[in-house]
Design a protein around this ligand. Structure first.
Ligand code: DGL
Length: 273
């Protein structure tokens, strides 16, 4: 039983903070290291081979350095592609973030569901497979937005993002067919829940927005409850590779604005070098 698991949370940018918020609630004692690949952000349109190679290379560096008990890939664009490769390379638990198709199909009354994601996530075989396996009789509209994650990132960096720009990205999710219309939208990019209040206000009509972060946090709690931790003392941390960086937000490129990561419990922000 791990009382205070060390977790490495990874995303292309700040989006994984939506997952961090839920992990903090589910596991208040957990020590979190965050790694944002802001040097390459956005991942949304990256070639699949480049994305697999990039995440594998970063993880190969980060794993021995941070010595986590588990890793959270808080990025749908990466998770829908790289999880098999990462699980083949590393033996520790790796929790991914993939579109919440199943809960959406269980929720929808109109049987019209939209998945709002990056272009990469909507074109993945993995995502299509989720819809085929768990979409039940719902009609799915897969919306791949190129701009929404960068807009969220801009807003968090202190730039003003116009309502019209956000609305243009979510509008294709709202589909009317005869008397039926979309009643459920899956937030299949971890950036989107960070602006959920604005999306709700801009929506042409009310829908149920599905944010998978609470379910991911529960899964993290499950996997870390069975992780065997080396006993404290006698160089236990050193034995795990040093485990630097608890509660530090690292970024490969641009760092977040002062104050943002503090709100999510990170004491410092540093360049990942
Ligand atoms: N936060 C990432 C996700 O969940 C995507 C952002 C990006 O395009 O890099 O898909």
């Amino acid at each position: 039983m791990t009382e205070a698991p060390r977790l490495l949370v990874f995303d292309s940018g700040f989006g994984g903070l939506s997952v961090v918020a839920e992990i903090r609630k589910a596991l208040p004692a957990a020590r979190l290291t965050y790694l944002a690949d802001t040097a390459v952000f956005p991942y949304g349109d990256l070639a699949e081979a480049d994305l697999v190679a990039r995440v594998a290379a970063l993880m190969a560096e980060a794993m021995p350095r941070f010595a986590p008990d588990a890793v959270v890939i808080a990025c749908n664009t990466a998770s829908t592609l790289v999880l098999p490769d990462l699980r083949a390379r590393f033996t520790l638990p790796i929790v991914g973030t993939v579109p919440a198709v199943k809960p959406a199909a269980e929720t929808s009354v109109s049987r019209m569901v939209s998945v709002l994601a990056t272009p990469g996530t909507v074109k993945r075989d993995y995502t299509r497979g989720l819809v085929a396996a768990h979409g039940q009789d719902c009609r799915f509209t897969l919306v791949g937005s190129k701009r929404l994650a960068p807009l969220v990132e801009a807003e968090f960096a202190g730039q003003a993002v116009a309502d019209a720009d956000l609305l243009a990205e979510i509008a294709p999710c709202f589909v009317e067919e005869g008397a039926d219309r979309t009643d459920t939208v899956v937030l299949a990019c971890t950036h989107y829940p960070l602006v959920l209040a604005r999306l709700r206000n801009l929506a042409p009509w009310p829908v149920t927005w599905i944010d998978p972060a609470p379910a991911i946090a529960r899964q993290v709690a499950r996997v870390t409850s069975t992780v065997a931790r080396e006993p404290a003392g006698e160089g236990a941390e050193a034995g795990r590779g040093g485990g630097e960086g608890a509660d530090v937000f690292y970024a490969t490129g641009r760092l977040p604005p002062e104050g943002l990561t503090e709100r999510y419990g990170f004491l410092r922000q540093l360049a990942f070098a």
